[in-house]
Write a protein that binds this ligand. Sequence first.
Ligand SMILES: *[C@@H]1O[C@H](CO)[C@@H](O)[C@H](O)[C@H]1NC(C)=O
Ligand SMILES: *[C@@H]1O[C@H](CO)[C@@H](O)[C@H](O)[C@H]1NC(C)=O
Ligand SMILES: *[C@@H]1O[C@H](CO)[C@@H](O)[C@H](O)[C@H]1NC(C)=O
Ligand SMILES: *[C@@H]1O[C@H](CO)[C@@H](O)[C@H](O)[C@H]1NC(C)=O
Ligand SMILES: *[C@@H]1O[C@H](CO)[C@@H](O)[C@H](O)[C@H]1NC(C)=O
Ligand SMILES: *[C@@H]1O[C@H](CO)[C@@H](O)[C@H](O)[C@H]1NC(C)=O
Ligand SMILES: *[C@@H]1O[C@H](CO)[C@@H](O)[C@H](O)[C@H]1NC(C)=O
Length: 450
Amino acid sequence: MESMHVSLILIGIFVLYPRTGALLKLDKPVLFGPSVATEGSVVDFYCEIPGKPATLPVLYELYVETNQNKVIGGHSSLSGEIATFPLVINTQHDGQLICKASGNNTDIESSFSEGLDLKVIVPVEGVTIISHPSSNNVWEGQTLTLQCKKTKGTYVFYNWFWNERPVEMAYDRTDDTLIIHRLSARNTGHYMCVASNRFNDTMTFNSSSDVLSVQVKEYVSKPEISVDVVKLKDGGFKAIISCRSEKGTPLNTFSLLNNTDIITTETSDSTSMLFSVPLELNRYMGHVSCNASNEGNWVLSEPADLTVESVGGAVTVTPFTHTGRDFQVVGLVLRCKVERGTFPFYHWFLNNSRLEGQGGFYAVAWSDESVLSLSVGQDSAGFYHCEASDRFDNSTSIRSPRMLINKEALNRVSPVVAVVVFTSFAVLNVALMACCIYGVVLREFITSLI
Ligand SMILES: *[C@@H]1O[C@H](CO)[C@@H](O)[C@H](O)[C@H]1NC(C)=O
Ligand SMILES: *[C@@H]1O[C@H](CO)[C@@H](O)[C@H](O)[C@H]1NC(C)=O
Ligand SMILES: *[C@@H]1O[C@H](CO)[C@@H](O)[C@H](O)[C@H]1NC(C)=O
Ligand SMILES: *[C@@H]1O[C@H](CO)[C@@H](O)[C@H](O)[C@H]1NC(C)=O
Ligand SMILES: *[C@@H]1O[C@H](CO)[C@@H](O)[C@H](O)[C@H]1NC(C)=O
Ligand SMILES: *[C@@H]1O[C@H](CO)[C@@H](O)[C@H](O)[C@H]1NC(C)=O
Ligand SMILES: *[C@@H]1O[C@H](CO)[C@@H](O)[C@H](O)[C@H]1NC(C)=O
């Protein structure tokens, strides 16, 4: 049997060979044609048994491997010509095409070609973005899933854009979906997807979605509370309580609490709120705090003491010296302090005329103007004093004792004790900071120098 098979091939009648019994089998046909085609195009596929004797009639049939019952092309080759299958391409042709060759005699066994892969390209169309959760209600910390949906298209690939730039590789992407974990305000912006498929190097089909606007909402942050006092025309006072959060997508709701009782609740389209409550000076008014929310999550500020004491007691001026290379005092920093008072404010005077802001030899510093920096010289000699009043009411003030400042008076101190050497007026501020941080210790030390 084996030797007969071999000899049949050798003498060239290799189309037929005997198998068990009288059955003969056709040689394997060869199928060729394009591997990519667009839907609706007309494309020819060809099938033949190479070297088949022209006289042998063969029926060629074409079908898709996944649907062997449905013949999509047939050709009877009676005089040895190659079989041609002109196909109007549709999506059912996508897959592996197989050509079947059969003789017109039941004694001849059919044979099959190798599969030919065909990709049917349907140009992509109708792209939209589906957002989970809905793009108009996304909160920081959530996961946002954007899916690029198409109405048509095969062998599609997707590109995502954020504010017209391709999205970073760091995002989690799967096929048509973009997933953004732990959203933050940085993810706010305009998203778009472009779906494409390619027929050949020169033919690409694209479809773009509309721009989807995503605003990542932020939870209101812990508010900072601060209290200011205003004098009213009728002589009374009110406290202006400011409640300010760093962030928080409006609307934000703020509550004002006195200890644990809610006094009032207001809603704002910004991240801060001002509350105003009547105030009596020098009386216990409780501790207030504020409580902010924009999505059911209440955040409570630290409490602030609402008891406001007006200025009272003695006013003192403490000098800090500033010496040059020759250990001579070249500058001074004066600090004014009142014994009592929640919102003190200070005024400085030289020979009873007010010193404001900055002049040739001085500068008034700090928000309560409690500090006066001086360079010591001809112009600056004289009697200095300061006055303290309430920031919210300057109608009454308390004076400090006067202090004579001139070069001679200052340099009566032994130079050896002036340890710290500075070289310019500009570094006074540094000295000042140091003084205030180590105030208690230095004050003792420095006042002993003067
Ligand atoms: C086989 O084909 C030949 C040539 O066309 C034809 O004469 C013959 O009748 C066919 N036989 C069958 C069984 O169809
Ligand atoms: C791509 O396909 C088009 C349409 O069939 C054809 O005109 C073009 O020459 C092809 N380009 C390449 C590079 O094959
Ligand atoms: C399709 O998009 C690709 C890149 O996304 C671009 O290079 C190409 O020019 C676009 N083609 C068309 C027809 O818009
Ligand atoms: C806060 O409560 C205290 C009593 O606990 C009361 O004396 C005070 O007047 C209250 N303050 C305000 C601003 O309502
Ligand atoms: C904050 O205020 C809300 C409503 O005004 C209240 O329900 C909540 O208990 C308050 N939270 C705290 C910690 O006081
Ligand atoms: C301040 O008064 C003293 C004493 O009367 C005087 O010596 C000094 O020059 C005055 N200083 C200024 C800047 O007017
Ligand atoms: C007190 O304050 C009022 C209003 O701020 C101002 O016009 C006035 O000049 C001040 N008086 C003094 C003595 O500083």
